[in-house]
Design a protein around this ligand. Sequence first.
Ligand SMILES: [Fe+2]
Length: 393
Amino acid sequence: MMSDFSTYQVSLPTRLRFGPGSLGDLAAEAAPFGTRAFVMLDPFLKGSSLEARVLRDLEGAGIGARLWHDIVPNPRAATCDRAAAEAIAQGATTIIAIGGGSTMDAAKAVSLAVTNGGPCWDFTTRRDAVVRVPERRGLPLIAVPTNAGTGAEITPFAVLSNPDLHLKATIIHPFCFPDVALIDPDLHLTKLPRLTASTGIDTFLHAFEGYVGTRPNTWTDLFSIRAMELVAQYLPRACAEPGDREARIRMAEACYMAGITLGNIGVGIPHALGQALGALKDTPHGESCAACLIPTIRWTLPEAGDRLARVATILDPGLAGLPVDRAAAALPDRLTAFFARIGLTGGFGALGLREDEIDLLVDIAERNYGQDIACSRRKANTAGLRAIVRDSL
Ligand SMILES: [Fe+2]
């Protein structure tokens, strides 16, 4: 008999437009928002045929475009402030973000800063800091992801970094939901295996961490389980053959499904520690979070066995029918094998963390990602987190 049911709400204000070739719908999607688009693109798209096509399509629809490429992984809050000033000078009516999670997150911050004023960093959530709450919706935002990873196209979060403070922190607000997520998996076909693995494992983590945490519900379970199934089946294929169109389509679906889980119930310890590592070492997001996944599972095992067992059977259907504790205990080995198939094998040590930096890393995680740490079924104190990090080296 169920005794721990909690109320929940469903929030999905972003309109989703999905499918191969859907980039061709961008101008039609942008037209209702106005005639001046501030287009933020990943730097690698500068001068590309994709950029030329977008400009041509927007121009054909009577929309003037100002391009912005000054975005780095783990986007800087100060850079977003400069972009917002450019957008204001342009008189932008719409923000269009074409790129990975960093570009989409930066665009969300810019969208808010244009209508509310900056600096963007003031909107981020940090322990012992007063969060500035945006009073106005941002400029309309269309998000066009160029890989399957963060799910930023469909979440209310924008992760920013502040290198001066060695911090990454997140803007968490419904105004950060993009107005439109335009997902064209054909844009993912050229991604190299390492990036495909690093971003694709982020999708898996969003689904997984929500599913085994304290806040899942019937609705998010639908998306979590399906997303993990799709990643298990198609991420190795996308890594092995970047041009595998079916694999790219299914991974793009997994990404937005996991993004729905993420946007509604959050993540857990792997993201808290992985984000902290990213702040400290400027490491890739997905790899950083994945690097502590198995130690976190070992540590969490006593409290989340039933759900861990379900995940284990997703990765290895041959485990179905085993007692829950045995199936759950098999999960670390199955994940190790899965990581090897997609070419991700490093821990925190391989990503540059030294033993004498463990306490600092945990302090950054506790100061900035307490809400994620709190989502763990097994409650983690500082000593517990340090043990997980030590096991992750
Ligand atoms: Fe993530």
